[in-house]
Structures are given as C-alpha cells and as structure tokens.
Write a protein that binds this ligand. Structure first.
Ligand SMILES: Nc1ncnc2c1ncn2[C@@H]1O[C@H](COP(=O)(O)OP(=O)(O)OP(=O)(O)O)[C@@H](O)[C@H]1O
Ligand SMILES: [Mg+2]
Length: 152
C-alpha cells in the first residue's frame, strides 16, 4: 500500500504493537527492509512506544543491538547496517536473541540473508519521493496473526 505521511508509518508500528499485545507478547522475529531513510527506525520507534517503551529510542547503528526490557518480555531492536559479515552475528550473541523468548525487530536484515528463513514477518518500506510504499509478508502463522491489525 502507498502511505502519504509520517503518521501513517507510525500507525503501522502501532498496529504491529497491537498485534503483539493481542498475541500475548510472543517471541518473534520481524524484519524491516528498505533503503536508507525509508522509515524503518521511525516505524520501530512508534512500535516500541506503543508497547510501552518510554524514553528515547536511539537507532542502534553502532551498538547493532539495543534491548528494551518490559514487564512481559524484552524487545530487541537490531540494526545490521554495519554488519560486515553474517558470521559476526555469533559474536553479537544473536543466536541467543532468537532463543524463543524475545521480540526481535531487525533493520537491514539484508546483511544476514539467512535470517529471512527464520522470520515471522517481513516489512518492506520503499520511499517514493515524499510517499512511502509499504508491503508486508507473513512467513509463519504467528506472523499472520501479528500483522492482522495492519491496514489493508
Ligand atoms: N511517510 C514517512 N514514513 C517514515 N519516515 C518519513 C516519512 N516521510 C518522511 N519521513 C522521514 O524520513 C526519515 C526516515 O528515517 P529513518 O531513520 O526512520 O529511516 P531508516 O529506514 O531507519 O534508515 P536507516 O537505513 O538509515 O536506518 C525521517 O527523517 C522521517 O522523518
Ligand atoms: Mg534506521
């Protein structure tokens, strides 16, 4: 779908947060793809805020992983832009994140192509001038349930 403004991107983050809450905060892996400036962090900030994360959400460009502990679970915000080699994921303890406990939100999963096979949901953002094209694809039944509240 084509969205026209920042608020619409944020609404998608909120709808995903509602899906996560409705499913009782399941462990999941959501991947956010798209070029620099597409709006991945913007969307994830809205998602985290709707889940109850307070304070600033910094883009984890340098730390690669930023964890947000919440009452129900921990949300991991990951940005793999600076990953040089998928093998570095091991050093980051990434396997631990996919251990079936945490909610993992990953920007730049293109840097670690094998993650796609493990994902519940792929979200693609494409800038079209001031507009954005947003597409999503559930890869598991959980992914379908999590994305059930997204606008058509
Ligand atoms: N409809 C829109 N959705 C999202 N961002 C928008 C929109 N319109 C304008 N913007 C602007 O585009 C920028 C998106 O930046 P953001 O950091 O979210 O992108 P990103 O995909 O995370 O980039 P990076 O690959 O560098 O991490 C912000 O400055 C935001 O204000
Ligand atoms: Mg970003």
């Amino acid at each position: 779908m084509i969205i026209t403004d920042l608020a619409a991107t944020q609404a998608i983050g909120v709808a995903l947060a509602e899906g996560i809450e409705a499913q009782h905060w399941p462990a999941c892996l959501l991947l956010f793809r798209g070029p620099l400036g597409a709006g991945k962090t913007t969307l994830i900030r809205a998602l985290l805020g709707a889940l109850g994360v307070t304070g600033t959400v910094r883009s984890p460009s340098f730390t690669l992983i930023e964890g947000y502990p919440l009452a129900a679970t921990t949300v991991q915000h990951v940005d793999l832009y600076r990953l040089n080699d998928p093998a570095e994921l091991e050093d980051l303890g990434f396997a631990d994140l996919l251990n079936g406990r945490d909610i993992c939100l990953v920007e730049w999963p293109e840097r670690a192509p094998r993650l796609t096979a493990q994902a519940d949901l792929l979200v693609d953002l494409e800038p079209l001038g001031l507009l954005r094209r947003v597409d999503w694809q559930a890869r598991t039944p959980l992914g379908s349930r999590l994305s059930a509240r997204l606008p058509v």
